[in-house]
Ligand binder design. Sequence first.
Ligand SMILES: Cc1cc2nc3c(=O)[nH]c(=O)nc-3n(C[C@H](O)[C@H](O)[C@H](O)COP(=O)(O)OP(=O)(O)OC[C@H]3O[C@@H](n4cnc5c(N)ncnc54)[C@H](O)[C@@H]3O)c2cc1C
Length: 619
Amino acid sequence: MAKHKTHYEDCDVLVVGGGMAGTGATFEARHWGRDMKIICVEKANIDRSGAVAQGLYAINCYMGMQWGENQPEDHVRYARNDLMGMVREDLGYDMARHVDSTVHMFDEWGLPMMKNEETGRYLREGKWQIMIHGESYKPIVAEAAKKSADKIYNRIMITHLLMDETQENRVGGAVGFNMRTGDFHVFRAKAVIVAAGGASHIFKPRAVGEGMGRTWYAPWSNGSAYALPIAAGAKMTQMENRIVLCRFKDGYGPVGAYFLHLKTYTQNANGENYEKKWYDQTKELVGEYIDHHPTPTCLRNHAFIQETMAGGGPIHMVTTEAFQDPHLETVGWENFLGMTVGQAVVWASQNIDPKYTNPELTTSEPYVMGSHATCSGAWVSGPEDLSPPEYFWGYNRMLTIDGLFGAGDTVGGSAHKFSSGSFTEGRLAAKAAVKYIEDKKAEGLKVSDKQCEDFKEKVFKPLETYTVAQNEITGGTVSPSYISPIQGLQRLQRIMDEYVGGIATNYMTNANMLKRGLELLAWLEEDLENVGAEDYHQLMRAWELKHRALTSQCVTEHTMFREETRWPGYYYRGDHMKLDDDNWHCLTVSRRDPQTGKFSMEKVPVYHIVDENEKKKAS
Ligand SMILES: Cc1cc2nc3c(=O)[nH]c(=O)nc-3n(C[C@H](O)[C@H](O)[C@H](O)COP(=O)(O)OP(=O)(O)OC[C@H]3O[C@@H](n4cnc5c(N)ncnc54)[C@H](O)[C@@H]3O)c2cc1C
């Protein structure tokens, strides 16, 4: 251990992850905490990290309140509808009422926004989306964070949260290691904001072998946002609500601009509108939810999956009509330039020119996220003025551990935040974290050297394991005494894929499969004690894997608990195929006991605050 130098940093606010939410949190922490010490720690480099690394072509969450385009209530209704009723409306409303101010700052900071030439307003792609030339989106928000923080640490992966030793259930900071130097870093902090993104690669991806890593969701999003709080005993919510995306096949290029701006549409191999065909069957499963407008994302997936299973595939996006218009053709291609250049390369390699050939679509493997059309994540306190008692415990966006805050994909229950809403949620969390410190809630924190040293030993153990076990390698990477991160990852992905509702089973699972999945995950957990890493990069892979495995356990426990199929098209409980509002119109909340590793589950009421308030006003 001596060869890994330990660095100590004491600070007020520690932001873990410098993506959209983390940069928002770092920026806002400085606004409220002028004299505070603010540190942001990022696994990659904040200039190009997180899901927005390559850029975006649209900001997907903008109300346009100044022009009376949408109000926060409208957004709550939209998110509630899309998630089949299951959202935290207090969190959604709180984000929506502040998101426009965030977007206006992006505009001031130089993000090129497209304008509607007639009205002078931001150019709408859809009801909620506005169009940007967003290749430089991430460096622009990173600059704001860099100017706000006392220090940004790049290339440090946070592996564990530190806990206060004087007061139970209070956070004391975090530890991690530098992937380039191998140094160990201890950050003792009065408040910690986890903003470490969601989880890809826990389910086996469609692209394996030579295509591995070609997924819709960023391959470096490894579930730290969930594993860090789960390991510390924080409560989580809606972890069963994984997301499946309908995207262009093999490149996962975005379809939003195509549907909304280019007005393209889908059809089956025979040129038919297949969605209509599945209306009655879907109504049988979910009742009147199928009549909602817009059709919830999962239900559109459902029709796609059913049609493919019934032999109607491949499903195509009809681009040949829109692409005859040179302006729309340009928009179609530029859409990829700003965020998914790879899609254009895939089409070139497959001889597809969308002007003459309708490209194929696919449904992705499932991912776990809290900011997209899905809302898995931590169970957090809402804002004081909106949240019912069950949803409020003092500080906005604080988890069930004192001093531990979350934002973006970390936070559960608040879907459809996207990039702008995640940045906004980071700002909200930071404001509350500063107040928490100012209210002297973090006084007398104690984090002993022993706690840090114990973590240090754990963190570097995979290097030790490899050093010893490599002597027993029988061929290639095969050794009786260790498994490599890639071997462990592929084993995890198969368990999740085959037992928890991945592509292998067309997203189908049931209690028996989940039970077996949990058993296999427990064996994997045991074997991960023997994961070996030959260098610091592999050490990162080892810790990414451990975080993914813990996240997967939580996802599986939640999927087991909810005995209904709430989101057909995201996954199916074959033993409970119907949506069951009588018993399951509620949020699911879990807690893993850090001592025993056992999960406990509970139902928590879902409050439809927006329309309740309106009903009250009317009466
Ligand atoms: C393919 C795709 C397309 C999208 N398209 C759009 C769009 O068109 N418009 C839009 O508005 N939104 C879009 N979004 C949504 C948007 O990107 C997310 O909502 C947003 O990035 C979430 O912010 P976040 O900070 O929670 O996560 P991220 O932005 O992903 O940031 C997480 C950060 O944490 C870091 N990190 C992870 N683990 C650790 C660790 N252990 N230690 C230290 N650092 C760590 C990561 O490196 C990363 O920088 C899209 C998302 C995806 C995946």
